[in-house]
Design a protein around this ligand. Sequence first.
Ligand SMILES: CC(C)(COP(=O)(O)OP(=O)(O)OC[C@H]1O[C@@H](n2cnc3c(N)ncnc32)[C@H](O)[C@@H]1OP(=O)(O)O)[C@@H](O)C(=O)NCCC(=O)NCCS
Length: 154
Amino acid sequence: MEEADLDDMTAVLSAPDPVHVDRPPRDRDDAVRWIEWQQRNYAEHDFGLWVVETHDGTFVGDCGLTMQDVEGTAHVEVGYHVMPDLRRHGYATEAARAVRDCAAAHGVEHLIALVRPENTPSQGVARALGMEVERTAYVHGVDALVFGMTLSNG
Ligand SMILES: CC(C)(COP(=O)(O)OP(=O)(O)OC[C@H]1O[C@@H](n2cnc3c(N)ncnc32)[C@H](O)[C@@H]1OP(=O)(O)O)[C@@H](O)C(=O)NCCC(=O)NCCS
């Protein structure tokens, strides 16, 4: 993800979100900070959220790995966002499976997904990856379900 992705990232991050109606929509400035966050992630961890596109180059969204502090413990999280008109085609699942397998191949032993209880679509993706709810936690000022799974690189 780089500065040239700003229009696409603004589009996906500012899309109306049916499960988060209480949350103010993100704007272009948020997308700038989002991209800068990924640039820091790549530099610090060699991973971050990556741009997802189809084989013909159509922008789909993002998916990748970030570090998350869950009540004082650092975890590797898989995250994903898909353009509204491309949802429910299996793109998030396909991308997240590839990211999960990449994490396993690089020695990540435990992968989580932090999901708000009302975010049914995201829970569907987490379950499709083989994750189950491990516990609840208070993260980024809200209650979240902590989906997780043990990874094996064998
Ligand atoms: C969550 C999100 C990335 C899912 O992307 P997607 O490409 O539509 O997901 P998939 O097509 O791979 O769906 C995988 C499974 O999740 C479940 N699912 C996805 N969307 C759903 C919906 N609207 N309602 C119920 N279940 C849903 C289903 O079980 C689905 O499998 P199925 O289509 O075979 O039934 C997308 O809805 C999104 O971008 N939401 C806003 C951003 C967000 O909430 N990100 C996650 C933050 S934790």
